[in-house]
Write a protein that binds this ligand. Structure first.
Ligand code: G3P
Length: 226
């Protein structure tokens, strides 16, 4: 079983910002859905794991978890199993985000378990080298995000476009089916357009939308770059 969110995708990682505590997570997801409906853009919501069920009930756009652990249902107190991610209504999950790193072996196990359940996997990588190693696990997406640019105002596509271009080249050399996303500092439609022109098939972003006074307007601008 396999799943795919396709190309030209904007994934909004809600992280654990106070702005999305409680029902605010579903409210932000509704803004994502509104812009997706108005523009035809593929926008994916990635709320805190404790809100995934509520968000997946509130919207019809795809919802991703922010993490999954390669654990089977059963004696796994506090761990997030692929099975529960699926049962919450998620289409898939991030794995190995820069703020939630796990060993490469764990990434491989998580990708495999998600694949068996038809969950989309977005594996994050800090560097081109990491991306190349992790592509061997054949996730659906690799998202390259230099940690030093995360949460900042300079997009990876401006600070160092070669990171995006080289990641696309290296990942495709390992497995041409793996789609590449980029993130860190992506805040505008211009940044999104630059990402696509460098060969990325979408972006993973957070603060530009989640911390915005008017997320709807930011989202409208972002998708104008698709
Ligand atoms: O997962 C996306 C994230 O790490 C990038 O964050 O705030 O730079 O868009 P931000």
């Amino acid at each position: 079983m396999s799943s795919d969110l396709g190309s030209k995708v904007v994934i909004v990682n809600f992280k654990a910002y106070a702005e999305v505590d409680g029902e605010n997570a579903a409210n932000l997801a509704r803004a994502c859905q509104e812009v997706a409906a108005e523009t035809g853009a593929k926008i994916v919501a990635c709320p805190p794991v404790v809100e995934t069920s509520a968000v997946a009930k509130a919207v019809t756009i795809p919802v991703l978890a922010q993490n999954v652990d390669p654990r089977k249902p059963g004696s796994a107190t506090g761990w997030i199993t692929p099975s529960m991610v699926k049962s919450c209504g998620c289409a898939g999950t991030l794995i190995n985000h820069a703020e939630h790193k796990v060993p490469a072996e764990t990434v491989g196990q998580a990708v495999e378990m998600c694949r068996e359940l038809g969950l989309v996997t977005v594996v994050c990588a800090n560097t081109v080298e990491d991306a190349k190693v992790l592509a061997a696990f054949a996730p659906d997406y690799i998202a390259v995000e230099p940690p030093e640019l995360i949460g900042g105002d300079i997009s990876v596509t401006t600070a160092d476009p070669s990171i995006v271009k080289d990641t696309v080249e290296q990942v495709k050399a390992v497995n041409p089916k793996v789609r590449v996303l980029c993130g860190a500092g992506v805040k505008t439609g211009k940044d999104v357009a630059a990402a696509l022109s460098l060969g990325a098939e979408g972006v993973l972003l957070a603060s530009g939308v989640v911390k915005a006074k008017d997320p709807y307007s930011v989202l409208r601008d972002l998708v104008s770059g698709l």
